[in-house]
Ligand binder design. Structure first.
Ligand code: SF4
Length: 649
């Protein structure tokens, strides 16, 4: 096979040993890697109703065929597990250099089962695995930067790439993440506490085995044409110049910048937290992932109240700027950069963390919480010091922070009163910073997505907006290749918008299966579109794929996930939106906008029809699973796990 390493590493931490599997070509052509391959092993190894933090949960990291090949946007990996936040699918991606280095070390993925009796880390070098003691790295509240350096020093491998849980994961913060290079993360769905429950501190990789590809010349040509296109693609150029924060001003202009815990889509101080402001003030430079010429990552250096913000921890992405910024009404960019750094040092998801603080601020503003509850912190919107003080308590699980460290949904249960009315969560997962009241197709995607509300699971509505007579753009001809030929206005929801959601969701799902970056590859605005997706996969593997097969690869992953959730007893009942989204927004271009329950239910009916799922349960039908070669799921042993534990938020 071309592209793939051809090997999957299985590590049993209970026994402290490992095996190497060499799946056949048919297996690779069916599951490809990334999130879909992770789901395959999760379904096979983790029984129904297993405790996410117990012995029976499976944690995997997968890459795919293009990973490590010299072209932009290929060095990404997916972590897959059962989430301790939702009790359902846990899925999260990261970029950087670790994914490519895992390929060079000789593996397409690592499947981790069991629990080590003592803290350990994995060292994988050129096909060899060593399970090493990590007692000296655990329990000391070292920063992730310190741990990464210690591991490289003791291995004598300065070029090793390291992913790790931080001290917040060790302490059991529910939305702890797995950090990568100390400045990127498998951020969402609680991957950190699962890795901590296995007593696994880190995975370091290093290798020299570059992947063989089918058609080197075709890849070089694609690489050249993409790089040449960057100056002509305003969206990608914006990413290069201002990072993901390039969208702050646009989001605010269309009323889609969540402000004051999703009360408004307009933040009057948005200019103070924009990508342009960052470039003018605290930006030190750009960073990149292996082989990528877009270089969208930010590196900042500044200080806030004498606390230094160091380049080691990169810089805040749009989502982190929004959650610690506009969600909380905070407009101090150095304070937001410091919040981002604290999350990276301790290893927590910035979206869940910032959004949970904003939720607590709304409770305080509405007198659901008082100073006795918060331990004396006046959690007012706009107070950067209160935001940082609370954050420091969360990562340590101290004081009121110990309640918020459970995430906003469990915190609402612990607080009681009418706290749940202020929640902004789906399946226990805090909403990201793109508002479905405005980008209407996201309402159905946020509701149905198997691992909770996610902004990276489909294309956003402005890309499907009609253009004026005589104008043209890049997006619409590309979307037409997916059968999307009837553009719709951003704030409209109808059958065509549901089709837009479904078709682009499949394409994004393909990207998360092939481990491709969604800022470089995709169905609309990116450097490369659907034609180039086909060309890349053909050039890497030599397999004669079509766009239909690409869409089916994405569809298979979504069905694997929904089938897992169905086995946990969850389907349409959890496909809903927070109550707050059914009430009108206040201020800005989205003033008065809300989602009606009738509109959502009608959209869900249309979505299940398109997906070929049972409309009553929201679950994949046996016929759909058979069509995708997934009938084996129905034959799995459904005996529940022995370990008890929470299964649902
Ligand atoms: S676009 Fe940004 S996130 Fe994506 S691969 Fe390139 S540098 Fe990494």
């Amino acid at each position: 096979m071309y592209g793939f390493a051809g090997k999957v590493l299985h590590v049993d931490l209970t026994r402290g040993d490992f095996t190497i599997e060499q799946p056949d070509e048919a297996f690779y052509r069916q599951y490809w890697g990334g999130s879909a391959m992770g789901m395959y092993y999760l379904l096979k190894h983790t029984p129904p109703l297993a405790d996410p933090l117990g012995l029976d949960n499976t944690l995997s990291f997968f890459i795919s065929a293009p990973t490590g090949v010299p072209i932009s946007g290929q060095s990404r990996a997916t972590a897959t597990t059962k989430s301790p936040i939702s009790g359902l699918v846990g899925d999260s991606q990261t970029g950087g250099f670790w994914p490519a280095e895992l390929k060079f070390a000789g593996f397409d993925g690592i499947v981790i089962t069991g629990q080590s009796p003592t803290p350990v880390y994995l060292w994988i070098k050129d096909g060899q695995l060593e399970i090493r003691a990590a007692d000296h790295l655990w329990g000391h509240d070292f920063t992730t930067g310190e741990v990464e350096q210690k591991i490289k020093d003791e291995l004598g491998e300065p070029q090793a790439e390291v992913i790790q849980i931080g001290a917040a994961g060790e302490r059991g913060v529910r939305f702890a993440c797995v950090m990568n290079m100390s400045n990127r993360a498998f951020g969402r769905t609680g991957i950190g506490p699962v890795m901590a429950s296995k007593n696994l501190k880190a995975i370091a990789v290093r290798g020299t085995q570059k992947p063989e590809v089918f058609d080197k010349a075709a890849i070089a040509a694609l690489n050249r044409s993409g790089t040449k296109e960057i100056p002509n693609n305003a969206d990608v150029k914006g990413l290069q110049d201002y990072g993901t924060a390039s969208v702050v001003s646009f989001q605010n202009a269309i009323g889609s910048l969540p402000t004051h815990n999703y009360t408004s889509g307009y933040f009057e101080k948005a200019d103070e937290i924009s990508g342009e402001k960052m470039a003018d003030t605290i930006l030190q430079g750009n960073d990149t992932c292996f082989g990528c010429t877009v270089r969208c990552k930010r590196v900042v250096e500044t200080e806030y109240r004498k606390s230094k913000v160091l380049p080691t921890y990169g810089g805040p992405e749009y989502e982190s700027i929004a959650t610690f910024g506009s969600y909380c009404g905070v407009s101090d960019l150095p304070a937001i950069a410091l919040a981002n750094q604290i999350c990276a040092e301790w290893g927590v998801d910035t979206i869940a963390c910032g959004a949970t603080i904003a939720f607590a601020m709304e409770l305080y503003e509405n007198e659901v919480l008082n100073l006795d509850d918060t331990g004396g912190i006046a959690l007012r919107y706009g107070d950067a010091d209160a935001m940082l003080q609370t954050l420091n308590q969360i990562v340590r699980k101290e004081g009121f922070g110990a309640i918020l460290a459970e995430g906003s949904e469990r915190a609402a249960q612990l607080i009681g009163r009418d706290a749940a009315e202020y929640l902004i969560t789906v399946k226990g997962t805090e909403l990201p910073a793109h508002m479905p009241q405005v980008k209407r197709s996201l309402s159905v995607i946020y509701a149905v997505n198997p691992f909770g509300a996610d902004h990276q699971s489909s294309e956003h509505d402005p890309m499907y907006a009609p253009v004026k007579d005589g104008e043209s753009n890049l997006y619409l001809p590309r979307l037409a290749k997916l059968g999307l030929t009837q553009p719709q206005r951003t704030k409209v929801m109808n059958a065509e918008k549901v089709k837009f959601a479904w078709e682009t969701q499949k394409n994004y799902s393909f990207l998360d299966t092939l481990s491709l970056c969604q800022f470089v590859w995709g169905p609309a605005w990116t450097l490369y579109g659907p034609d180039e997706e086909v060309a890349l996969i053909k050039a890497v593997t030599g397999w004669d794929v079509t766009l239909d097969e690409i869409q089916q690869i994405g569809e298979r992953r979504i069905n694997l996930m929904r089938a897992f959730n169905a086995r946990e007893g969850v389907g349409r009942d959890k496909d809903t939106l927070p109550q707050k989204l059914f009430k009108p927004l206040k201020g800005g271009r989205s003033d008065g906008l809300f989602i009606s329950k009738e509109e959502l239910e009608a959209a869900l009916d249309m979505y299940y029809d398109l997906a070929g799922w049972d409309k009553t349960t929201g679950n994949p039908t046996p016929a759909k699973l058979a069509e995708l070669g997934l009938e084996w799921i129905l034959e799995l042993d459904t005996t529940p796990a022995n370990s008890t534990g929470e299964t649902s938020a």
